[in-house]
Design a protein around this ligand. Structure first.
Ligand code: XLS
Ligand code: NI
Ligand code: NI
Length: 445
């Protein structure tokens, strides 16, 4: 791809302007069909429902390499210049992309935006310098930081983990990175700060003291939380569950596991969950399930939207394009009262063979449209269909008589058993799964 220079300013995506909303009848791949940022649905604009964010690492760093071959995508901001110059060019390109797409937020790891230096101090300086530039870019464009994080899994020193590394010296380097990433997040007004486990987990129990490693993780997160609060971070800390990859057994396995961990270490007041579709499915759950688990615990924070391939078990990080998934999650999110300080971050990459610059736009547009359609359909199901009534009806035996007394905790086991003796065998009540499924499908049109 070529770079255009207009009035001394480089344009990294020439020929592509601001992405317009053209409606469902449009054939233009570079226009929104359903995502109309100002359209109000269920009392909120679409912009506010989704709080979409671009993931810096996939969109501007990952050039498509896989275990079988190197990258395929040529980034015009990467032509062998020295690392800090490349970071500055990449920042320009990123803000051009985000602004043209009309997405309100972005997310990054420290190493996505600024290169690792020769030692801790140089790495800090690099991040500080780029943070100052990013701040200007945010002010000029109105784009905001949904969350920052530290990449404490890529460098070889983290091969046995970061906060759970058996070597204390490695843990201190993770602390140095998290400290600086928290400072960058605060400087940029980040609304959340994410901890994804990275290599916090194990490959074999033979060489692993799991209890000790998890205690270290709990302590590390407490210290990180305290430092963030000390420097003025008022946002939400988020843990992102994932069951496996890179380690065989990641400690932050799924929503339920992380909720237990947060409560055990006294973190539940400051931390919530950042849930990712492809991680939930790797854990054997649906995206909707893991979101609902977090909602029910009062710990639903934010989402990494993507999807896996239903026919294999890999973390393929595809752009979410499955409408059924979108409807299912929007049903859960709408009933939960929507996203608060969280958002929907596109933790997704275009396929290795999608090498045209416009493919990065199309990938985001397609996913935003899928989710916008999911919102419209879910809203109709909730407001126009008998869905909620049907589900409530299933539990109506607890809404009167002895059922109410049970829910109030007034019936002991003996009294409950007496009721069974008196009433005899209950009539079978159908769960009606197929009826629910047909109802959802009727609204997908
Ligand atoms: C990797 C994770 C990662 C986090 C941020 O699987 O999804 O990208 O979102 O560290
Ligand atoms: Ni992921
Ligand atoms: Ni993620």
């Amino acid at each position: 791809m070529s770079v255009k220079v207009v009035l001394g300013k480089k344009e990294y995506f020439p020929g592509i302007g601001k992405i317009p909303f053209e409606g469902p009848d449009s054939d233009n791949p570079l226009a929104f069909k359903y995502y109309d940022e100002n359209r109000v649905v269920a009392g909120k604009s679409m912009r506010d429902h989704f709080r979409f964010a671009v993931a810096y690492w996939h969109s501007f760093c990952g050039a498509g390499s896989d275990p079988f071959g190197p990258g395929t995508i040529t980034f015009p901001w990467d032509h062998g210049q020295e690392p800090m110059q490349m970071a500055r060019d990449k920042l320009d390109a990123a803000f051009e992309f985000i602004t043209k797409l009309g997405i309100p937020f972005y997310c990054f790891h420290d190493r996505d935006i600024a290169p690792e230096g020769g030692d801790v101090r140089e790495s800090w300086k690099n991040l500080e310098d780029i943070t100052a530039l990013a701040k200007k870019k945010q002010e000029e464009s109105g784009v905001r930081l949904l969350w920052g994080t530290a990449n404490v899994f890529g460098h070889k020193r983290y091969m046995n983990g970061a906060a759970t590394n058996p070597d204390f010296a490695v843990l201190t380097h993770a602390a140095a990175q998290v400290k600086a990433a928290l400072e960058a997040t605060v400087a940029l007004g980040g609304e959340n700060y994410v901890f994804w486990g990275g290599r916090e987990g194990y490959y074999t129990l033979l060489n692993t003291d799991m209890k000790r490693e998890q205690e270290h993780l709990g302590l590390f997160l407490q210290k990180a939380r305290d430092y963030g609060r000390k420097i003025g971070f008022k946002g939400t800390y988020l843990i992102e569950p994932k069951p496996m990859e890179p380690t065989k057994h990641q400690y932050d396995f799924d929503s339920a596991t992380v909720i237990g961990f947060l409560r055990q270490y006294g973190l539940a007041g400051d931390f919530k969950l950042n849930i990712e579709n492809n991680h939930a499915t790797l854990a054997g759950h649906t995206f909707a399930h893991d979101i609902q688990v977090a909602v029910d615990a009062g710990l639903f924070g934010s989402l990494d939207v993507n999807q896996g391939d239903p026919h294999n078990g890999w973390d393929t990080d595809e752009f979410l394009h499955n409408l059924y998934d979108a409807v299912e999650i929007m049903l859960v999110i709408l009933q939960a009262g929507g996203l608060k300080s969280g958002g929907m971050n596109f933790d997704a990459k275009r396929r290795r063979s999608s090498t045209d610059p416009e493919d990065l736009f199309i990938a985001h547009i397609s996913s935003m449209d899928t989710l916008a359609r999911g919102l419209l359909i879910a809203d109709s199901i909730l407001t126009q269909s008998p869905y909620l009534k049907m589900r409530k009806e299933r539990y109506s035996s607890y809404d009167s008589g002895k059922g109410v007394a049970f829910e109030r905790g007034e019936l002991d086991l003996e009294k409950l058993a007496d009721l069974a003796v008196k009433a005899g065998e209950p009539a079978l009540i159908s769960g009606k799964q197929e009826l629910y499924e047909s109802l959802i499908n009727r609204y997908i049109h």
